[in-house]
Write a protein that binds this ligand. Structure first.
Ligand SMILES: C[S@@+](CC[C@H](N)C(=O)[O-])C[C@H]1O[C@@H](n2cnc3c(N)ncnc32)[C@H](O)[C@@H]1O
Length: 252
């Protein structure tokens, strides 16, 4: 594993696993996100990159879970930059892209590892104006979409860690035309960019605070939020779903 790869402190995982087990609110909202990712997948086997504590295990039991190093939560150690080319139908990653110092290396590796027509399905923090305001107030990692510029290669901090919650909103929003051209060189095209999550997600308290509302209320809120117009969510949403598809043939 190269220095560019270990950009997330895996020591967070122990506490997260306890919170995940004890919080029905968190499981309700994450379950909704994961079901959305699963619905965006195409046919074939699915490899999850950066699975962390393996929150997908219950909702998407057929996914192969992995992380950058072997942990008790995953079945394989896989780097986002060296994905085994096993003709995957889907490569999924939840809250991982914004930790990657070299996002282009990830997309190139994923494109090579997918079978023709296979999909990359990502859920990421959305660095919308509302999202960045929220993350700056309540989340320790920076939200700096303006720093996501070519050549899309980013430095780690003094501890060797990297995060920019503005990554996906910049790459698939402001930079979308330039970035789509680069992705095209890897044989990838953007199929979906969909913003989601407004109030239900913060009301779970995340992995560090108590939930503000019970799970059934949050489920109702998620239904209401899913009906909000994308024009509004592009300004306010906290998360986004991005779906890419590999061309049916490498040269297409
Ligand atoms: C914020 S956590 C998200 C964990 C999990 N997907 C979730 O949503 O609960 C980021 C994850 O990305 C993983 N990660 C960071 N850099 C990676 C890399 N280069 N290759 C594979 N995984 C990586 C970390 O080890 C960590 O598990």
């Amino acid at each position: 594993m190269s220095e560019a790869e270990q950009t997330y402190d895996l020591a967070h995982l122990g506490g997260s696993a306890v919170k995940w087990r004890d919080s029905a609110a968190l499981r309700a909202v994450y379950g909704d996100i994961l079901r959305g990712m699963q619905a965006a997948c195409g046919p074939g086997p699915t490899l999850e990159i950066g699975s962390g504590i393996g929150v997908a295990r219950e909702v998407c039991p057929d996914w192969v879970l992995s992380d950058v190093v072997a942990t008790p939560h995953v079945s394989r150690a896989v780097s986002a930059y060296e994905i085994p080319a096993e003709a995957w139908g889907n490569i999924v990653a939840f809250d991982v892209l914004h930790h990657l110092r070299e996002p282009l290396r990830f997309f190139a590796s994923a494109a090579d590892a997918l079978r023709p027509g296979g999909r990359i399905v990502l859920t990421e923090p959305a660095g919308t104006p509302g999202g960045c305001l929220f993350y700056r107030l309540f989340h320790p990692e920076p939200c700096l979409p303006a720093e996501i510029i070519p050549p899309y290669s980013f430095a780690a901090d003094e501890d060797g860690l990297f995060a920019n919650m503005g990554m996906a909103h910049a790459l698939f929003g402001r930079e979308r035309i330039r970035f789509a051209r680069i992705l095209q060189d890897f044989g990838l095209r953007v199929v979906t960019v969909r913003y989601r999550d407004l109030l239900a997600y913060p009301a779970t308290g995340g992995f560090s605070r108590p939930a503000l509302l019970p799970a059934p209320v949050l489920r109702g809120m998620l239904t209401l939020e899913s009906a909000l117009p994308q024009a509004m969510l592009r300004l306010l949403a906290l998360r986004m779903l991005v779906v890419l598809e590999r061309a049916p043939t490498k040269s297409a």
